[in-house]
Design a binder for this molecule. Structure first.
Ligand code: HDD
Length: 716
């Protein structure tokens, strides 16, 4: 299928032109063997007699089964579960003062991108709504080469040094003896490790907050996390941190929804991303930079090289420089989303690394992992990974070499090949590593400037709204409640108490435990036999900023509208056509997705006798899959709804999850038959009789979290 006719606007670009050369399309084509031999039978093997044994001669059978036997490649060791899309990055303003990178200077350029979102811990087939960090990896196909910004949706990482990465992942993955639990951090080995590794607490509290369960991949931020460098034409460097902010706003679901969505639609995020792009509702993110002059490196209360620390936006504001739009779904999941290989070492002139010890380790890991995952040193030749920049060197051969290099020479220097490929200078566009003065002892240790583990998780927690705080406490309680070793639970409670005593107290109450005043042994366990463990114990938390508004989900919660929001219309035969049209015309005009949930599939008839297509029968769907609920009037319709208990559960759940609800006419009878009836009078997101605009405004707010206290009373 070509880029033009897959039903979505093509988002054609130089990268799409390149991919077009590899796309194949079987429409109107005969079936053939791999060698193009036409075949006349795809269901019977070649036999010695109609009931006889299969012949070894059957090359068609062997080709088909042999290919099938080798279809799987190892899943990613982390971030195995992912979804991706093509798009474009456009620059708003050139920043030559900071970097010479073409992508940040050429305002007219539309740089093609391929972006893959993922969960971290689960396997390839795990559910989307696991409580987890989300990967946010962007491949920019720039004119100068590929730049991969391989980030996450949380601005800080679990650990400070790559040396600990295998320990972190081994602790969170299913336990090795019985391979459970899948895609969950709520188990003993993870908390044994976290409670001994307080540098993980900052990332961890983000995951315990609603950030760990986003409403949509389109509605989360992205962060490059590490401090990188930008280098300008004069060779002057600035430190930089990268932020992606979703134009759709930042939104999450509640834990109760997440648990239920995982059962009702384990592909919820993948489907949501695909459907939005397919409908032409292209998700967008603005790229913001936090730029720090090199001379300011030591001006902060934390170390810029420490990936467990964020730089509050109040200290270094974001400079928004451009926008990414995802405008095209992949044609083939395996060829594109699975085979795409992101490497932090893929970068372009004008950008460079810092000495962040986590980043430095990543510079080794990603190329290494592609070799076992994709099986060959030639993985960069796979279509989705190919650069748009012309590329020539003397690297040759290897499994699945796809190009046919001409000439006699594959070495440098040479005269027999005319000295080609030849070297270029920095001025001619060559990449050169930033010249950084290094003066120090070779040492296997950690800088004391990294030993502050509680200040920033505490800042994060202080910056949350009350409802975010309540959700965070619930999450800690749930997760620790799954641990079976009391000493692990207690050590974790102690760690939480160092962040916030009231939070620890709340969690302890839920667990039926006491918050300990101290724990046996150092809380930052020796990571080196020679380390002075006492010296490396975290100091009491510092308060260098009372609060950072940008850390709360609410800071970027405002949506531009309700496009792509899923609205359930609960209706049966005889529903009021006028109510329905007034409300749904308004919702559709705002590009919301209106779906009728009827007592059965097929069609239902309105009061005017017209047939309306049903999206789903009530028994085949769940309230958690929708953002809002509308019930039109019509006595016959509402009476039919009242006869099915699932409708009451549907409405109660929507209320409990703080969603907007609107009813017209007799629709109120259904509300009165639910718990909503008891609480609706004072609620600012329950609308009775003909208030389409107010309903739309409430959906755009995502949730009415003011309702949270009463919503807790609803047994749904
Ligand atoms: Fe990593 C994949 C993000 C630290 C080793 N990582 C991977 C992906 C993302 C991240 C988004 C999925 C890419 C894709 O969609 O294919 N990783 C991060 C971030 C980190 C980080 C934001 C810290 C700031 N990672 C990190 C360390 C190591 C790795 C410290 C090892 C020392 N990461 C890997 C890996 C993966 C990977 C094992 C698995 C699949 C892959 O690379 O291609 O090499």
């Amino acid at each position: 299928m070509s880029a033009k006719d897959n039903g979505v606007p093509s988002g054609q670009s130089a990268k799409q032109d390149q991919l077009d050369q590899f796309r194949s399309d079987a429409t109107d084509q005969p079936m053939t063997t791999n060698m193009g031999l036409k075949v006349n039978d795809a269901g019977n093997s070649l036999k010695a007699g109609i009931r006889g044994g299969t012949l070894l001669e059957d090359f068609w059978l062997r080709e088909k089964i042999n290919h099938f036997d080798h279809e799987r490649i190892p899943e990613r060791i982390v971030h195995a579960r992912g979804s991706a899309a093509h798009g474009v990055f456009e620059l708003y303003e050139a920043i030559p003062q900071f970097t010479k990178a073409g992508i940040f200077n050429d305002v007219g350029r539309k740089t093609p991108v391929f972006t893959r979102f993922s969960t971290v811990a689960g396997s390839k087939g795990s559910p989307d709504l696991a409580r987890d960090v989300r990967g946010f990896a962007v491949k920019f196909y720039t004119e100068e080469g590929v730049w991969d910004l391989v980030g996450n949706d949380i601005p800080v990482f679990f650990i400070q040094d790559a040396m600990k990465f295998p320990d972190l992942i081994h602790s969170v993955k299913p336990e090795p003896d019985r391979e459970i639990p899948q895609a969950q951090s709520a188990h003993d080995t993870f908390y044994d490790w976290v409670s001994l590794t307080p540098e993980a607490l900052h990332n961890h509290i983000w995951v315990m907050s609603d950030r760990g369960i986003p409403r949509s991949l389109r509605m989360m931020q992205g962060f490059g996390i590490h401090t990188f460098r930008m280098i300008n034409d004069e060779g002057v460097a600035h430190f930089v941190r990268f932020h992606w902010n979703p134009v759709q706003g930042t939104h999450s679901v509640t834990w109760d929804e997440a648990v239920k969505i995982n059962g009702a639609d384990p592909d919820f995020h993948r489907r949501d991303l695909w459907d939005a792009i397919d409908a032409g509702q292209f998700p967008e993110w603005e790229l913001g930079l936090q730029i720090i002059p090199e001379e300011d490196e030591h001006k902060f209360d934390f170390d810029l090289l420490d990936a467990t620390k964020l730089i509050p936006e109040e200290m270094v504001p974001l400079q928004v420089v451009g926008k990414m739009t995802l405008n095209r779904n992949p044609d083939n999941f395996f060829a594109e989303t699975e085979q795409v290989a992101f490497l932090p070492t893929h970068l372009v002139p004008g950008l460079d690394f810092s000495n962040d010890p986590l980043l430095q380790g990543r510079l080794f890991s990603y190329r290494d992992t592609q070799l076992s995952r994709l099986g060959s040193v030639n993985f960069e030749q796979i279509p989705i990974n190919r650069t748009l920049a012309p590329n020539h060197n003397d690297q040759r051969d290897g499994h699945m070499q796809m190009s046919v290099p001409k000439g006699k020479t594959a070495y440098f220097p040479n005269t027999l090949g005319g000295g080609c490929p030849f070297l270029t200078s920095q001025k001619e566009g060559a990449f050169e590593s930033y010249t950084e003065r290094i003066d120090g002892n070779k040492i296997r240790a950690r800088s004391e400037s990294f030993v502050d583990y509680y200040s920033q998780p505490a800042l994060f927690y202080r910056s949350l709204t009350d409802w975010e705080k309540a959700h965070t406490a619930d999450a800690y309680t749930f997760e620790l409640g799954k641990c079976t070793y009391p000493h692990v639970q207690k050590r974790m409670l102690y760690q939480i108490s160092q962040i916030d005593e009231a939070l620890a107290q709340q969690v302890a109450e839920g667990l039926g435990l006491e918050v300990p005043d101290s724990v046996d042994g150092p809380v930052n366990q020796a990571i080196s036999a020679d380390a002075d463990v006492e010296k490396m114990q975290p100091p009491k938390k510092k308060i260098y900023l009372d609060k950072s508004d940008a850390l709360s989900l609410t800071f970027r919660m405002g949506s531009k509208g309700i496009a792509t929001r899923q609205i359930a219309v609960l209706a049966a035969d005889g529903f009021d056509a006028e109510d329905f049209t007034a409300m749904t015309d308004k919702l559709k005009a705002e590009n919301a997705v209106v779906k009728i949930v009827a007592p059965h599939g097929g069609t239902i008839t309105c009061s005017k006798g017209h047939d309306h297509e049903v999206f789903s029968g009530i028994m085949m769907t769940e309230s958690v899959l929708f953002d809002a609920v509308y019930i039109p009037g019509g006595k016959k319709s509402v009476d039919a709804l009242l006869k099915k208990a699932k409708y009451k559960k549907f409405v109660d759940e929507a209320f409990m999850h703080c969603k907007a609800i609107a009813v017209d006419g007799e629709g109120i009878q259904l509300l009165k038959a639910t718990h909503v009836g008891e609480y609706m009078d004072d609620d600012k997101a329950v609308f009775v009789d003909g208030k389409p605009q107010a309903f739309v405004d409430a959906i755009a707010q995502h949730r009415n979290y003011d309702r949270m206290e009463v919503a807790k009373m609803v047994p749904a």
